[in-house]
Design a protein around this ligand. Structure first.
Ligand SMILES: Nc1ncnc2c1ncn2[C@@H]1O[C@H](COP(=O)(O)OP(=O)(O)OP(=O)(O)O)[C@@H](O)[C@H]1O
Ligand SMILES: [Mg+2]
Length: 224
């Protein structure tokens, strides 16, 4: 990154179970190879805290765990210390006020989306009601793509591009058992041995990390 500005990235979707916590932790790990990263959790479920407790040899990023969403406004004071602050947010409608406070403070929102029809409406509602009114830059990230399902990726990319007209990541994350097991084993792509079984998940997360940091660098500003 050529300027020193810190980016606050909210990982958000009012649909539960689409991969917000997974994306927050794994992106935090891959970005930590190149940037100074802080991961924050404002979800009352505290899934990242549970995950962090399972990590055997320490996290590769700074971890603030449970924070009140209001504390995020004060995060700007950390400008000199971090390049990225990634915020895991709650997926339930009752927690909308928490999400709104985070989005007020954020520079960008990543919206993980699993290829399930029932996930579409809550995702679109999150975008049209909470993200667009704030003029917040955002990108939908297709997650849990199953390459064995014919045309699944193309179909969902087409839906996002044409039917819904929402910005999306060019890269996506496939469905991997190693990613399902990661919270229990406290595993992150940066500490996962690179084997035939794990290489796909490491590759997918790494690509998304590069895409995010490219998009948020000044040279690309506004492309999404
Ligand atoms: N790409 C993937 N491949 C395999 N499993 C995945 C993948 N992404 C997420 N999962 C699994 O899907 C489940 C839901 O993911 P996760 O907890 O990250 O979603 P969430 O959006 O944070 O959920 P919540 O709304 O409850 O906070 C978890 O069991 C997680 O391990
Ligand atoms: Mg979660």
């Amino acid at each position: 990154m050529t300027d020193s500005r810190m980016r606050i990235v909210a990982v958000a979707n009012q649909k539960g179970g689409v991969g917000k916590t997974t994306v927050t932790m794994q992106l935090g790990a891959t970005l930590s190879r190149r940037f100074r990263v802080l991961v924050v959790d404002v979800d009352p479920q505290q899934s990242t805290v549970w995950w962090a407790e399972n990590v055997p040899d320490g996290l590769p990023f700074d971890f603030a765990g449970s924070q009140s969403p209001k504390a995020l406004a004060g995060m700007r004071e950390l400008e000199a210390e971090y390049d990225f602050v990634l915020v895991d947010t709650p997926g339930s409608l009752e927690d909308t006020p928490i999400l709104e406070t985070v989005l007020d403070a954020a520079d960008f929102a990543v919206l993980p989306l699993t290829p399930e029809p029932l996930a579409v409406d809550p995702t679109m509602r999150t975008i049209t009601r909470l993200i667009e009114p704030r003029g917040l830059r955002h990108g939908v990230l297709l997650n849990r793509i199953d390459p064995r399902v014919p045309k699944q990726l193309e179909t969902w990319q087409g839906l996002l591009d044409t039917t819904f007209g929402v910005p999306r990541f060019g890269n996506h994350v496939r469905q991997y058992k190693v990613l399902t097991d990661a919270p229990v084993l406290g595993q992150l792509v940066t500490s996962t041995p690179d084997t035939r079984r794990t290489q796909g998940s490491i590759l997918d997360i790494t690509r998304v990390g590069y895409e995010l940091s490219d998009q948020l660098s000044p040279a690309h500003a506004g492309r999404w």
